[in-house]
Design a protein around this ligand. Structure first.
Ligand SMILES: NC(=O)c1ccc[n+]([C@@H]2O[C@H](COP(=O)([O-])OP(=O)(O)OC[C@H]3O[C@@H](n4cnc5c(N)ncnc54)[C@H](O)[C@@H]3O)[C@@H](O)[C@H]2O)c1
Length: 330
């Protein structure tokens, strides 16, 4: 079996649903044979390590450990879903405090054990705020760390494909930007349905509202249907993000990236933008949209600033003016 790279990939949270699916996808897609599975919950992790070994992937060199030093040392790529998931009735924001503490420790482990890591994907929610926390504490450059935000866009794409009865990949440009939470900004103006602009499809206002609603509520719908938080689509997309950083196909769905931009007037947040991930990391362009869409992006940005200030007040990250002490790249 041939692999894209031989460099070490660490999957954090590997004992959980997303982590275990990622371990399998990474080997199925042939990204790297050197996969280290890390979790704090030994029995779950041990079970996943056994399962992956028992898949029998040729050439795979799977290690597993509950020791962060052993896991992070020598890591060149890291994907982390290691944090608590939502239960029915919870919002992503309800996870803020506990998961941001985990994110701070995650960033510190990177700084301590693998400052030479190339690229990191943060999945655990609220992903934009946990990723920002990890970025500050890790000391990495902003283009080296991203958060998984793509599912809002693939949910919008699915809803539009169902509405117009077309194959899902015939819907292009269906993107959401800003926060990965109830306050995301859903952009319609760049969408095309089988090549035709959505704006020329005579979509009734109430249908558009219902599509937006199913996009924003996409994650909650999975929790209601399956009795647990989604895991297949996050696992797949996070692995595709790391594949792009390793030199595979570029990843062009919106990804979380650090934004500090005078032209937009958005400062010191991690948010979903029009992005590309390749071997040089994650890079964004300015979003294009109607005045209404840009206003909803601004509202989403304001919500992210509020969550950022909440974790500043909890002492999980320092105030913005102090960030350079932890991370000179910010
Ligand atoms: N960004 C997205 O689009 C998206 C989508 C779905 C779920 N999520 C989030 O991903 C996270 C994981 O979801 P899941 O379904 O895999 O949950 P899960 O409970 O099945 O797995 C989480 C794993 O993380 C481990 N863990 C907890 N604290 C840890 C730590 N400090 N270090 C290492 N590992 C730790 C747990 O032991 C567990 O095995 C949740 O926060 C969930 O909300 C994000």
């Amino acid at each position: 079996m041939s692999f894209l790279t031989n460099e070490k990939l660490v999957i954090v949270g590997a004992g959980g649903m997303i982590g275990s699916n990622m371990a399998q996808s990474v080997l199925t897609l042939g990204l790297t044979p050197n996969v280290c599975l890390y979790d704090i919950y030994e029995p779950g992790l041990h079970g996943v390590a056994n399962e992956i070994a028992q898949c029998g992937f040729p050439g795979a060199n799977i290690t597993w450990t509950t020791n962060p030093e052993e896991a992070f040392t020598g890591a060149k790529y890291i994907i982390s879903s290691g944090g608590a998931p939502r239960k029915e009735g919870m919002t992503r924001e309800d996870l803020l405090k506990g998961n941001c503490k985990i994110a701070a420790e995650f960033g510190e482990n990177i700084k301590k054990y693998c400052p030479e890591v190339k690229f990191v994907v943060v999945i655990f929610n609220p992903a934009d705020v946990t990723a920002l926390t990890a970025l500050i504490h890790s000391g990495l450059k902003p283009n080296q760390l991203t958060s998984l935000a793509a599912l809002d866009s693939t949910r919008l794409q699915q809803a539009l494909a169902l509405e117009f009865g077309v194959q899902q990949d015939k819907v292009t440009g269906a993107h959401t930007y800003g926060g990965h939470g109830e306050q995301m900004a859903v952009f319609a103006s760049q969408v095309k349905i089988d090549g035709k602009p959505l704006t020329e499809m005579n979509l009734a206002a109430d249908r558009w509202e219902s599509i937006k609603h199913s996009t924003v509520q996409g994650g909650s719908t999975i929790i209601k249907l399956r009795g647990r938080s989604s895991f297949q689509s996050p696992a797949h997309n996070a692995v595709k993000m790391i594949e792009a950083a390793m030199g595979g196909e570029k990843f062009t769905l919106p990804a979380g990236c650090y934004v500090n931009n005078d032209e937009l007037g958005f400062h010191n947040v991690m948010m979903a933008m029009p992005t590309t991930i390749d071997t040089t990391g994650v890079h964004y362009e300015l979003p294009k949209g109607t005045d209404e869409e840009m206003a909803s992006l601004k509202a989403s940005y304001n919500h992210l600033c509020k969550m950022r200030e909440e974790i500043v007040s909890l002492g999980i990250i320092p105030a913005v003016a102090e960030w350079k002490k932890d991370n000179n790249n910010l």
